[in-house]
Design a binder for this molecule. Structure first.
Ligand code: NAP
Length: 247
C-alpha cells in the first residue's frame, strides 16, 4: 500500500472533504485525489491558499472542487451541521473525509503549558474532528463505501518530552478513530489513521528548524498511502493506524 498505484480514475464519482487543504500534506492530498477523479471539498482557514489549490485542480482538468472557508478554532457544532446539510444538498453523499488540519502549539515542558494554549490546540486538533465527524456521519452513510481518515503522528502512540498538547491531541485522535471503527465495524463505513512521518512542510520546519528540508520526503511522495486508503481497494481496512514512512 505504500507503493500503491492508483488508476487515473480510481476516485471517480467520489466526493472527498480535506481539512487544511491549502498547504502542506492537505494540499498534496487534495491535488492527488482530484487528479484521480474525485470532487474535492477544500476546507481551510486561508481562502487565498484554497483558491490557489482550486485553480490548480481546474487548470489541470480535474472535477470542479468546492471551497469551505472555516477556522476550526472558532467553528461550532452548528457550522458542521450546516456543512453536512449543504453537502447532502449539493452532492447527495460524502465518500471520503481526511482530517488533516492541525496546529503544533509550542514545544515546551508540560509544566509550562498554559490553559489557553492547551484549549486552542485541543480545539483545532481534536474537538473540531469530533464535531465534524459527528455531523458528517449522515452524508458519509449515504455513500456506498465511505472512508474516514484521521492524521496522527509518531507522538500519537508514544509520548515524547516537550510535545505536550500536540502529542495528547494525537493520542486522543487515534482513540476516537478506534472507537468509531468499533462502533461501525458491521457497516461499509471505515475509520483509519495515517502517521505521515517526517514530511517537508511548514509544521515540520517549525518543529525542527535546524533540519535540512531537502533531506525529507515531500508531501506528494507519501500520497500512494492516502490514495489507497481513500480508494475502494482499502474497504476491508478498519481501526488501523498506517505509517507512511516506516523506519
Ligand atoms: P502544515 O503545513 O502546517 O498544514 C496544516 C494545515 O492545517 C494548513 O493548511 C493550515 O491552514 C490548516 N489549519 C491549521 N489551523 C487551522 C484552523 N484553525 N482552521 C482551519 N485550518 C487550519 O502541516 P502539515 O505538516 O501539512 O500537517 C498535516 C497533518 O500531518 C497534521 O495533522 C500534522 O499533525 C500531521 N503530521 C505532519 C508531519 C510532518 O512531518 N509534516 C508529521 C506527523 C504528522 P493555513 O495554511 O491556512 O494555516
Amino acid at each position: 500500500m505504500l507503493n500503491y498505484v492508483a488508476s487515473p480514475n480510481e476516485l471517480e464519482n467520489k466526493v472527498i472533504l480535506v481539512t487544511g487543504a491549502g498547504g502542506g500534506i492537505g494540499k498534496a492530498a487534495a491535488l492527488s485525489f482530484a487528479a484521480h477523479g474525485a470532487t474535492v471539498i477544500l476546507l481551510g482557514r486561508t481562502v487565498k491558499k484554497l483558491e490557489n489549490v482550486y485553480d490548480q485542480i481546474v487548470t489541470s482538468g480535474g472535477p470542479e472542487p468546492a471551497i469551505v472557508p472555516l477556522d476550526l478554532k472558532g467553528a461550532t457544532a452548528q457550522h458542521y451541521r450546516d456543512m453536512a446539510a449543504t453537502i447532502i444538498n449539493q452532492f447527495g453523499k460524502l465518500d471520503g473525509l481526511l482530517h488533516n488540519a492541525s496546529v503544533l502549539g509550542h514545544l515546551e515542558p508540560l509544566k509550562q503549558i498554559t490553559e489557553e494554549l492547551f484549549d486552542e490546540v485541543m480545539q483545532v486538533n481534536l474537538k473540531s474532528e469530533f464535531l465534524m465527524t459527528q455531523a458528517l456521519l449522515d452524508p458519509l452513510a449515504l455513500a456506498p463505501c465511505a472512508s474516514v481518515l484521521f492524521t496522527s503522528s509518531s507522538v500519537g502512540n508514544k509520548g515524547r518530552a516537550y510535545w505536550g498538547t500536540y502529542a495528547i491531541s494525537k493520542f486522543a485522535t487515534e482513540g476516537m478513530m478506534q472507537v468509531l471503527a468499533d462502533e461501525y465495524s458491521n457497516t461499509s463505513l471505515r475509520f483509519n489513521a495515517i502517521n505521515p512521518g517526517a514530511t517537508r512542510t511548514s509544521m515540520r520546519a517549525k518543529a525542527f528548524p535546524a533540519e535540512n528540508p531537502d533531506d525529507l520526503k515531500a508531501p506528494q511522495d507519501i500520497m500512494p498511502l492516502y490514495l489507497y486508503l481513500m480508494s475502494d481497494e482499502s474497504k476491508s481496512e478498519n481501526g488501523k493506524t498506517f505509517v507512511a514512512q516506516p523506519k
